[in-house]
Write a protein that binds this ligand. Structure first.
Ligand code: BCO
Length: 557
């Protein structure tokens, strides 16, 4: 029999704990899947009850938030329960949202973000997280394509929203999270205080939408990746919980921006399904020194960050810091270099455990705690995921042969795999081949089932853990009068894995301009048009001016 999944409501535990039985209940591998699942009532409220019954220490917060000014918030599961019920009431009563309505959430790492995240789950409102780096244009695209009825943001992004809101007729409510108030915006903090703590959590069906993540593709605008509660249920499966082996006395810090699935999984689903404290440090900017100090100062036991974060920390003398409580370091979003693994281990005594996933898949592969680490491998498929390397016809390939990394979806589609790209059946079907979902990543598998990542199978750029579509950058460049044509590619970078590199054909009137200044201008231009993490980063000093007579009067940015 499978180990009891302790984090679920007692009435639901048996659904996951039973071995395969021939019933009508949907299955994934050996697990029977319930017909309904709501992470808030089935998991969060379970831990609140455990606190009341003295089975979880209520003094260990469920959410522990700090900032650079010395402010601190600590909420246990009972407090989080009340606050997230209040947040759900704000969404349904004040914002008029109904089950299935979509909400775009663009907030920095402030505690309200976690209240609203769980509030959405309680109310059945579909959550669309977005990074605070989104520009007005990005927000417009997201609001129009998703037909979101509500946007929640702070005063910085509110200005961008107001500049485009008139082009979004379906947008009914704007909810501001701020100490200030703004005309035309509901004030979340005031409404939260006044809201009732009584709320009946929706009984979400397994096929209902729960979240939509925007993700870049090789061509066109970002795609909407739809997830059901299966993504959350997956974190409760015994096989998934073997990956991190979190406990209710751990304190886990995920450094990823809340706009990405990594943050949703590693700051919400993974810790809270184990009754673990999710630790958050809000910093105005990414500062490696501040991260090392926080790891030394707070009793953090687990950390998760993209490989570039570790690489940037390793630029400092990590060994001069002591992390007395840290016992596990994980990384995801990009490939970890074996030399960074070595340097971190030498400086801290800890191995970095890779996890692999995508917006479409959630956590798929990992180096679970306690298994042999093979440096450079992203680990093994987390059961019941079946990950294989396949060829162009969909046949599985033997160990050692390079091919496409793919996840088996027949006869059973994994519960936590996305349901499809919203309003894009062509893209959804083109992501499948034979019995498999194809990840777009290339790799090999070895005799022990370890997967070795080799790179993308398409033009997507993986920079600092971000997935960047070249056409998004090319489209931004095209709006500058100096750009006649451009081609954007990924270029190897020692710090960020890859960086965006743009080849630009200048319009005749700009060919005599100072190339350094023009390059900087184009960089700033891209930062204004689209989320700044996508801008072409190559240092202006490497600019080469091509002879004007050249048919490819091209400049490298
Ligand atoms: O380098 P620059 O300073 O020239 O530019 C930076 C920022 O300063 C700038 N910027 C940011 N906000 C801005 C802004 N400029 C204008 N207006 C604003 N509002 O834009 C550039 C942004 O680049 P960045 O985000 O890479 O910044 P930074 O500070 O270099 O951060 C480094 C990292 C490593 C902290 C950051 O790149 C990062 O967080 N990477 C990880 C991303 C991640 O979490 N990926 C996971 C995705 S989910 C997934 O893969 C599935 C896995 C299960």
């Amino acid at each position: 029999p499978w180990p009891i999944c302790g984090s679920l409501h007692p009435h639901r535990r048996h659904l996951l704990a039973r071995p395969f039985s021939r019933t009508e209940t949907p299955q994934w591998g050996d697990y029977e899947i319930p017909k309904e699942f709501n992470f808030a009532s089935d998991v969060m409220d379970h831990w609140a009850r455990m606190e009341k019954e003295g089975k979880r220490d209520p003094l260990i917060p469920a959410l522990w938030w700090v900032n650079d000014k010395g402010d601190e918030v600590k909420w246990n599961f009972q407090e989080l329960g009340d606050l997230t019920r209040q947040a759900a009431n704000v969404l349904t009563e004040n914002c008029g949202l109904q089950r299935g309505d979509r909400l775009l959430l663009i907030l920095p790492r402030i505690p309200d973000l976690w209240l609203l995240t769980v509030g959405c789950i309680r109310a059945g409102v579909v959550l669309l997280p977005g990074t605070i780096q989104l520009t007005a244009r990005d927000i417009l695209y997201r609001l129009q394509s998703s037909k979101a009825k509500c946007i929640v943001t702070n005063e910085t992004s509110a200005l961008a929203v107001d500049s485009v809101a008139s082009d979004c007729p379906q947008l009914k409510t704007k909810l501001l999270v701020s100490e200030k108030s703004l005309d035309g915006w509901l004030d979340f903090k005031t409404l939260l205080k006044a809201a009732s703590v009584d709320h009946t959590c929706v009984k979400t069906k397994m096929q209902e939408p729960m979240t939509i993540f925007f993700t870049s593709g090789t061509t066109g605008t970002p795609k909407m990746v739809l997830h059901t509660p299966g993504l959350a249920l997956r974190s409760c499966l015994p096989s998934t919980r073997q990956v991190l082996k979190l406990t209710s006395s751990d304190i886990s810090w995920c450094l990823s921006d809340p706009g990405w699935i990594l943050s949703f999984v590693a700051s919400v689903l993974e810790p809270w399904s184990s009754g673990t404290c999710s630790f958050i440090h809000q910093m105005p900017q990414f500062k490696p020194e501040a991260i090392l100090k926080t790891l030394s100062r707070y009793p953090i036991t687990y950390m998760t960050a993209a490989p570039s974060v570790y690489r940037m920390l390793l630029q400092l003398d990590v060994s001069s810091y002591k992390f007395p409580t840290l016992k596990h370091a994980a990384t995801g979003g990009d490939a970890l270099l074996p030399e960074d693994f070595e340097k971190w281990k030498k400086a801290t005594g800890l191995a970095i455990h890779e996890i692999y996933g995508q917006s479409e898949t959630g956590l798929t592969c990992a180096v679970p705690r306690g298994i042999k680490i093979k440096k450079g491998s992203m680990g093994i498929a987390i059961p019941p995921f079946d990950m294989q390397i396949i060829d162009e016809k969909g046949n599985t390939l033997p160990p050692g042969i390079e091919g496409e990394m793919a996840i088996r979806i027949k006869p059973t589609r994994p519960i936590c795999l996305f349901s499809g790209y919203v309003d894009n059946p062509e893209k959804t079907s083109s992501s499948e081949r034979g019995d498999f979902y194809i990840t777009g990543d290339r790799g090999t598998i070895d005799e022990d089932g370890y997967i070795w990542y080799l790179g993308r199978d398409d033009d997507i750029i993986k920079a600092s853990g971000y997935r960047i579509g070249p056409s998004e950058v090319e489209n931004a460049l095209a709006e500058h009068p100096a750009v006649a044509e451009s081609a954007v590619v990924g270029s190897q970078d020692p710090l960020r894995g890859e960086v965006v590199k743009a080849f630009v054909v200048l319009t005749p009137e700009f060919r005599s301009h100072d190339p350094d200044k023009l390059a900087q201008e184009l960089q700033q231009h891209v930062k204004k048009i689209t989320a700044p993490y996508k801008y072409p980063r190559k240092h202006p000093n490497i600019l080469g001016v091509y002879p004007e007579s050249s048919p490819m009067a091209t400049q490298k940015v």
